[in-house]
Design a protein around this ligand. Structure first.
Ligand SMILES: [Zn+2]
Length: 212
């Protein structure tokens, strides 16, 4: 199975019409869960908020939406016309996506995640009011980190077009950058050759390199 470094790569691997549906899903979920972070998990575009929030994926005949079994049970009446299983909903690819329903289900999952997280010992609320689970590999608020990283991190060293190239590719951290080869980075629209030494130096400082 081909693996994708980020959601953009995943989306771009599909035909144009499917790409549009995937972007609709992504934007709808982003709006319904603005504090969630994007990732790729189990080979699928994923939104995380103190754990997995929802996943989605494209298939030949449907878009799959995975809001956990609880997200399906809670909306079973509204989902009657769709094929569902314990953890998955199928939206036919030749019909309009029920984006209002995706919004409702995602918001339900946000509420559920928060309630669940509050019961955990490592539940924290940062000074900016974001809820998060403190973990040993990430002791700080991930939302605050996400918001400030482009300003203080390696991305701030780059010229604006190169910065936008990385942002458009969903690259926000050095470990994400290290998953790409030099050729792949240079292929990003707006990335100039003069940015390479800056990125190499930033990677090296963290003990990382571009993918060989
Ligand atoms: Zn915060």
């Amino acid at each position: 199975m081909k693996t994708f470094a980020n959601i953009n790569e995943y989306v771009l691997s599909f035909p144009k019409e499917t790409q549009m549906l995937l972007e609709q899903m992504r934007m709808t979920i982003q709006k319904a869960a603005p504090n969630a972070t994007e990732s790729m998990k189990y080979g699928m575009p994923t939104f995380e908020l103190m754990g997995n929030l929802v996943h989605f994926a494209a298939y030949k005949h449907h878009i799959g939406f995975y809001p956990a079994p609880s997200g399906i049970v809670a909306f079973k009446d509204e989902l009657k016309t769709y094929v569902t299983s314990k953890g998955a909903i199928q939206f036919p690819i030749d019909k309009k996506l029920p984006l209002a329903l995706v919004t409702k289900i995602t918001k339900f999952r946000v509420k559920e995640s928060l309630e669940k997280a509050k019961l955990k010992k490592n539940y924290r609320v940062c000074e900016n009011g974001h809820s998060f689970l403190k973990s040993s590999d990430c002791p700080v608020c991930p939302q605050c980190e996400k918001e400030k990283k482009p300003l203080t991190g390696f991305i701030s060293l780059l010229a604006a077009p190169a910065r936008r190239a990385l942002e458009n590719a969903g690259i926000k951290t050095l470990s994400q950058l290290a998953k790409l080869s030099e050729a792949e980075v240079l292929a990003l629209h707006g990335m100039g050759i003069s940015s390479l030494p800056i990125l190499q130096k930033a990677l090296k400082e963290k003990g990382l390199t571009f993918k060989k």
